[in-house]
Design a protein around this ligand. Structure first.
Ligand code: ZN
Length: 262
């Protein structure tokens, strides 16, 4: 058994079954050197007091006050990391115009690594401070900036699923924010996957790459096909947008690509 690094004693909520939760007024949670919870015991367990005494005498015990409690970390399944800068702003436009007028110009700025390094650390820190210990991210189309987000998650100890965004359909993407070419983008996406997997300190894959076609309208069929092949090759997760707003029926590109389903 791996060595115990520390243990926490106090009130605790746990959600092992969907729709239900457990509560214990006094629980002992032991964590090993890898940061993994190795045991949870409560007062009803026979050796509970003996374990508390041993950990206490080894200076490994953190005791919560009566107003503190432990709960599972929250998981955010959909974060647009570059949009952190505009959270709560620019809400006067519907989604499509909001993307074109506000969001794509902001995301384009992440080509600049200095800008990236100003924003992503505070985003990850802010999420962790609010209890989000795992997050599934859309980054931007920029490979190096997206890897930097993964590196930041790793550095701060957040479980991250990070995607370099892909968007190459010229009729739907502004000229200042589109892949240079589909072939180049697929090559960079494969490099992104490899670099995230191989990040220093990521031996236990705390951070994972996610293939991220932004959504159907912004990707060519060639891009979707190529990303599908990468998903098969690396067995990685895939994320996209499926049905975020009512589809604009007047959009001819959407009508052509989604056909009778519109
Ligand atoms: Zn989204």
């Amino acid at each position: 058994m791996s060595e115990i690094k520390f243990a926490v004693l106090g009130q605790y909520f746990h959600c092992p079954t969907k729709g239900d939760f457990e509560y214990a007024q006094q629980a002992l949670i032991q964590v090993n050197n890898q940061g993994t919870i190795v045991s949870v015991t409560t007062e009803t367990d026979a050796d509970f007091q003996a374990q508390v005494s041993t950990l206490s005498s080894n200076n490994q015990l953190i005791e919560l006050s009566s107003t503190q409690y432990l709960m599972p970390g929250m998981v955010d399944l959909h974060v647009h990391a570059p949009q952190f800068q505009q959270a709560g702003k620019g809400l006067d436009l519907p989604l499509y115009d909001w993307l074109q007028d506000y969001t794509f110009p902001l995301e384009a700025k992440f080509a600049d690594m200095d800008f990236t390094k100003q924003i992503y650390p505070s985003l990850v820190k802010s999420l962790l401070a609010n209890g989000t210990t795992s997050a599934v991210y859309f980054a931007t189309i920029h490979k190096d900036s997206s890897v930097e987000l993964a590196r930041e998650c790793l550095k701060q100890g957040q479980r991250g699923f990070v995607g370099k965004v892909n968007m190459d359909e010229a009729s739907q993407c502004p000229p200042f924010y589109i892949e240079h070419s589909t072939t180049e983008a697929l090559k960079e996406t494969e490099q992104f996957v490899q670099e995230v997997i191989a990040l220093e300190g990521n031996e236990q894959q705390l951070v994972s790459p996610v293939l991220t076609p932004r959504f159907v309208p912004s990707c060519t069929s060639e891009m979707l096909q190529g990303l599908g092949e990468l998903a098969q090759k690396y067995q990685c997760h895939v994320q996209t947008h499926c049905s975020e707003i009512p589809m604009p029926r007047t959009n001819p590109l959407l009508r052509k690509r989604l056909g009778a389903r519109l």
